[in-house]
Design a protein around this ligand. Structure first.
Ligand code: KG4
Ligand code: ZN
Length: 351
């Protein structure tokens, strides 16, 4: 699309009362497409999960993920469009996750979205995956508005973000090593549970005693709001290996429950402290780990003067509706559409 024509189209879109966006998400092992109106009304959300394929390898194999995206994406996009009841002419804009994520996986979505935008002559918006995780909450909670404090805890990231306004972010804390989801996945592997570890550790933890083992909490007494999960993960490895070498009987459920308790406490201590420091009462959780039942229950238990929001379970993990929601607000605040030079950026930061 010619530059001037594109600008004109974007200006119209920005003011348009109803904006319908088709979004694509392929940053990891979910092939997803969705059609969303005005950032909150999901007309359709189609998803193909590759979990069963990667399970046999104990984690995501990037090359296999990319190949499956290439194979499944055209069908998923078609399914999303058909289920939305919209025709191509009713789609105002396209959106795609450009990063962060696995480079090959991201490239499949970015290339497909660019080809669609070119063929249909529609503007395309490049979206940051982490922003998508924040926006997942706008879908579950139609009344939710910034400002709020958001904890994003996924397989690759753990951040505390002050969401000052739509698209206006301040980072208040981040992990200095592993992400929370990554720690869940690694501990699951040590305990012989399959990928993805988070839901399986949660399930096992339900039968265990969370006070059986106490793992040291890093950064206790520090003023910053950063996280560290690698120490807890190593402590679990050493504990389990030690007991196995000594042939000491132990309960895997107790290990899972104690580990989960430690991670949940770390996450919540910092996010509640961020809310206290800023005077912002609304706390929002997002990302795959926000599906964790213990995290959700403990957040509600601690809330007192705070309001707690988390996405519906289906909106916690990767999906394309959250990408469409982020694109809607990007359009509203005047972000520029991408051109055909758009590339995947596997390690881009939200801020
Ligand atoms: O947001 P997501 O789907 O993908 C990334 O952007 O990384 O998050 C996936 C992560 C995985 O590490 C998975 O183990 C974790 O979220 N997860 C959970 C739960 N469900 C998914 N962790 C703890 N408890 C859960 N119920
Ligand atoms: Zn994600």
């Amino acid at each position: 699309m010619k530059q001037e024509k594109m600008q004109e189209k974007q200006d119209t879109l920005r003011k348009q009362e109803k904006v319908t966006i088709l979004a694509i998400e392929t940053s990891c092992d979910e092939t997803a497409a969705a059609v969303v109106r005005n950032g909150r009304e999901v007309l359709s959300s189609a998803l193909y999960s590759q979990i069963d394929i990667h399970k046999q390898y104990g984690g995501v194999v990037p090359e296999i993920a990319s190949r499956n995206h290439v194979e499944k994406l055209p069908h998923i996009v078609k399914e999303a469009l058909e289920r939305s009841g919209a025709a191509w002419e009713e789609i105002d804009a396209l959106a795609v996750t450009a990063g962060p994520g696995l480079v090959g996986a991201l490239l499949t979505g970015v290339s497909y979205a660019k080809a669609l935008a070119y063929a249909l002559d529609k503007p395309l918006f490049a979206i940051n995956h982490m922003e998508g995780h924040i926006c997942a909450n706008y879908i579950t909670h139609p009344q939710l508005e910034p400002p709020f404090i958001c904890l994003i805890a996924s397989g690759g990231h753990t951040n505390i973000i002050k969401v000052c306004d739509y698209g206006v972010y301040e980072k208040m804390g981040q992990t200095r090593d592993d992400a929370a989801g990554e720690a869940f996945d690694k501990v699951a592997r040590i305990l012989g549970l399959s990928y993805p570890g988070g839901p399986n550790v949660q399930k096992l933890a339900e039968e265990g005693d969370p006070n059986r083992y106490v793992f040291a909490r890093p950064f206790r007494g520090q003023t910053h709001l950063d996280f560290s999960f690698s120490g807890i993960k190593t402590a679990v490895v050493n504990l389990v290996h030690g007991m196995e070498m000594r042939k000491e009987p132990y309960s895997k459920a107790d290990v899972a429950a104690s580990f989960q308790k430690a991670v949940v406490e770390l996450l919540l201590d910092n996010v509640f402290e961020a809310a206290r420091r800023t005077g912002i009462k609304k706390i929002v959780l997002g990302g795959g780990v926000s599906a964790n039942r213990e995290l959700r229950e403990q957040a509600l238990r601690r809330q007192e003067a705070n309001e707690i929001y988390f996405p519906a379970l289906c909106d916690c993990t990767d999906n394309a509706a959250m990408i469409a929601s982020a694109a809607f607000y990007a359009i509203r605040r005047g972000c520029r559409a991408a051109d055909l030079t758009l590339n995947a950026d596997p390690s881009c930061e939200l801020i």
